[in-house]
Design a protein around this ligand. Structure first.
Ligand code: SF4
Length: 275
């Protein structure tokens, strides 16, 4: 079909352009047609406004039944979700998480195999030395500071923790470069504790959807721990991170692929039903 008549078919007979009636673009019409009547593209400005409102904590909260249903679906879709940082033991996991601050997991994974081949214990990391660590991780952002932290945290593990990664948050946060989020990831992934590490993705989802609104990551973390049923807590961190990383993206959320689209309370969403 010729481009002109395709446009006519998709958008109908367009009214003459006036200040109050605008002809929809072919791209918009195609999107709308592909998504069906329930879905429609929200202008970016509206989505930004919706996010601003959500981050102000005014999203409508989910009921306990809705929360249970959301995690039932996450579990059905991916029963054993895994983190994406490469590691071989609790120590290399700790180092990988420290290196992942303000960097992507993929970027960290490119550098760490060579590092861990030489130093997969605190003792070996100390022996490797800060300069060599820096050379091995120089493709990762903030590598100078991170090399220093990795060296110092390994040294502290050797000197104060018998070369073992501690299993409590209070101890983990005393290590150079390790904050509450790092501690929660390590406790969850290395030691199977039902912690919730709130990163940028989980903070966005908690506020945007109405699952766990909160003004800062700690508030969202505490709210998530309160509302998520205990049976889902061990894997909840990964389900939410993966959902934020691949579906509920910051700029272009993939609402049409979202299995919780019907539960989500975000006014900027572009679909109302799960695929
Ligand atoms: S519908 Fe899904 S992808 Fe869209 S904003 Fe809500 S949670 Fe995010």
């Amino acid at each position: 079909m010729a481009k002109k008549s395709l446009r006519k078919t998709l958008v109908g007979k367009a009214p003459k352009s006036t200040a109050s009636t605008k002809k929809p673009s072919v791209k918009k019409a195609l999107t709308k047609a592909a998504q069906g009547k329930a879905a429609h593209k929200k202008p970016v400005a509206k989505q930004k406004k919706a996010d601003a409102e959500a981050f102000a904590g005014i999203a409508k909260r989910w009921t306990a039944a809705q929360i249970d249903e959301a995690f039932r679906r996450f579990q059905a879709q991916e029963p054993e979700p895994k983190g994406e940082l490469k590691h071989t033991n609790p120590f290399t996991l700790l180092v990988a998480v420290v290196l992942s601050a303000q960097a992507t997991d993929a970027g960290v994974n490119k550098a760490t195999p060579a590092l861990f081949a030489l130093a997969d214990t605190p003792q070996k990391m100390v022996a490797l030395g800060e300069d060599r660590i820096r050379d091995l991780i120089k493709t990762i952002g903030l590598f100078r500071t991170k090399a220093k932290n990795v060296f110092l945290l390994a040294k502290k593990l050797v000197e104060e923790f018998g070369g073992e990664v501690p299993k409590t948050r209070d101890e983990l946060v005393t290590l150079p470069g390790a904050g509450r989020k790092t501690a929660n990831v390590v406790l969850n992934m290395a030691f199977g504790q039902p912690t919730m590490a709130v990163d940028t993705h989980i903070f966005r989802i908690g506020n945007r959807t109405g699952l766990a609104p909160g003004k800062d990551p700690l508030a969202v973390e505490l709210e998530l721990e309160k509302v998520i049923p205990a049976k889902y807590m061990l894997h909840a961190h990964h389900w939410l991170i993966l959902h934020g990383r691949y579906i509920c993206l910051a700029r272009k959320p993939q609402c049409e692929k979202c299995i919780i689209a019907d539960l989500c309370q975000w006014p900027g969403k572009t679909a109302n039903t799960p695929p």
